[in-house]
Design a protein around this ligand. Structure first.
Ligand SMILES: [Zn+2]
Length: 461
């Protein structure tokens, strides 16, 4: 058996055009790898189909536009050019005739370029969106290699072009987020409560930028239906960051009456952004994750307490138990009692630290970390809550999820292993695309943000 795939194009006049786009010759015998389409055949088919389809659509559009709407005559041909369109199914070259105004037109003296109307840019919107999405999840070169594995992309575009396109998409998404946040078109149903986890992270800066790293803020917002949205921005680069985050809160159903729990590590930047963005009453909570981590640092140091003598061993055990009690008191929101115990322990350990014995080094380390914990707890005492009770009531207590989101958002794409250093601007715009992809809203966001697009896109030389 041999087979062919034919494309049939039927024009408005009923004239049928038929093109063969793929097929296979007869074989004497079948083998497993001959059954069905191969990936290569599939890619060829799609590419061939795309060429005929795009050319036919462009011709159809030009034919329609050539006819004058006023008198019905054909507009004179001015010149014939060609135009290339990059798509997910290959690059197609089409004829792009331009028409001079119809002789009947006294008002409009404009040259008509029909192909430019339907192909305002060098690539299809879908190509741009898909490449931006993949490019936000993987390094560009790898994203391109991966896409080319399954799609007949043809000759790849320069990485720099892809990068710039992706950042333009990020720019548009942000413009839309700023504009959309102000509109009253938010149709979300009012929610009973909102948990806003907000945290800062750091990204390595490209060499030409001041400082080795720059700050990134990440927020994870969830409502009582369990719907969750991730938000990220580089504060130094953001346009109306507060307004954008408020838009996210509105989108999840926050009203001026909705109580918002803001979980943070207590740092001013994240806290005040959360506060400013909230339309309703706020309640700040020091997230348990950060507090537990500080206690964990002390507990970790205590494990290296010397155990050469029985006395040392007992002292080590007592210390470990004391740290557990400190953790327990903090977990139950007993700030004063926890601080008392920390202060006592600092004194006890401090005595050992003055010693010349082998425990002095371990004691100094524990004392230092306890001192850090004391400073942290007393500094954040007003936002330490009774975590045990809150957890029983299923109230939010931890931004551990945010912490892993930070890791995921920043480091999987932006980590040191990939030798990536970022400009603050580039990271900011990339995060706009990436969070949109992570939230599963990129297709919609991209379409809505099209109104901010400036077409055609001209790549930098
Ligand atoms: Zn006319």
């Amino acid at each position: 058996m041999k087979w062919r795939v034919m494309l049939e194009l039927v024009g408005p006049d009923g004239i049928v055009g038929v093109h063969e786009v793929g097929g296979r010759a007869a074989v004497a015998e079948y083998a497993p790898q001959m059954i069905g389409l191969t990936l290569e055949e599939g890619k060829h088919l799609l590419a061939a189909l795309q060429v005929h389809l795009v050319q036919a659509q462009a011709e159809d559009h030009c034919r329609r536009r050539r006819r004058c709407q006023r008198c019905g005559a054909q507009r004179p041909l001015k010149d014939q050019r060609s135009r290339r369109l990059v798509s997910l199914f290959g690059t197609v070259e089409v004829r792009a005739p331009r028409f001079t105004p119809c002789r009947c037109a006294v008002t409009s003296r404009r040259t008509l370029n029909p192909v430019a109307e339907i192909m305002p840019d060098r690539c299809t919107p879908e190509y741009e969106r898909t490449v931006a999405k993949m490019g936000s999840l993987l390094p560009y070169r790898r994203a391109r290699t991966l896409l080319a594995e399954f799609l007949p992309l043809g000759k790849p575009q320069a990485v720099e072009t892809t990068r710039q396109r992706t950042l333009r998409v990020g720019t548009r998404l942000e413009q839309e987020a700023v504009a959309g946040a102000g509109s009253k078109s938010v149709s979300a149903v009012a929610t009973k409560s909102i948990a806003l986890s907000i945290d800062g992270g750091h990204v390595r800066a490209a060499r030409q930028y001041q400082g080795r790293t720059f700050e990134v803020l990440l927020a994870q917002v969830s409502n009582d239906e369990g719907k969750q949205v991730v938000f990220a921005s580089v504060p130094a680069e953001a346009t109306s960051q507060t307004r954008q985050l408020r838009g996210v809160l509105h989108g999840l159903g926050a009203t001026p009456a909705t109580p918002i729990t803001i979980l943070s590590d207590g740092a001013d930047g994240p806290r005040s952004l959360g506060e400013a963005a909230s339309p309703g009453p706020t309640h700040h909570v020091l997230d348990w994750f950060h507090l537990a981590m500080r206690v964990q640092h002390v507990a970790q140091a205590a494990t290296s307490w010397p155990d050469a003598t029985e006395t040392d061993r007992q002292a080590g055990t007592r210390l470990t138990e004391t740290i557990e009690r400190i953790r327990w008191r903090l977990w139950h929101g007993q700030v004063e009692r926890a601080l008392d115990l920390i202060a006592e322990t600092v004194v006890t350990v401090g005595v050992a630290a003055d010693d010349k014995s082998p425990i002095a080094a371990a004691a100094r380390k524990v004392a230092r970390l306890l001192g850090d914990l004391e400073t942290y707890v007393s500094g954040q005492s007003n936002i330490i809550i009774d975590y045990a009770t809150a957890r029983r009531r299923e109230e939010p207590i931890s931004t551990a999820v945010t912490e892993s989101t930070v890791q995921w958002l920043l480091h999987r794409r932006m980590n040191a292993q990939q030798q990536m250093r970022w400009s603050p601007r580039g990271a900011h715009l990339m995060l706009k695309v990436r969070t949109s992809a992570v939230n599963g809203t990129l297709n919609r966001d991209y379409t809505v943000a099209e109104r901010w697009a400036r077409r055609p896109f001209w790549r930098a030389v």
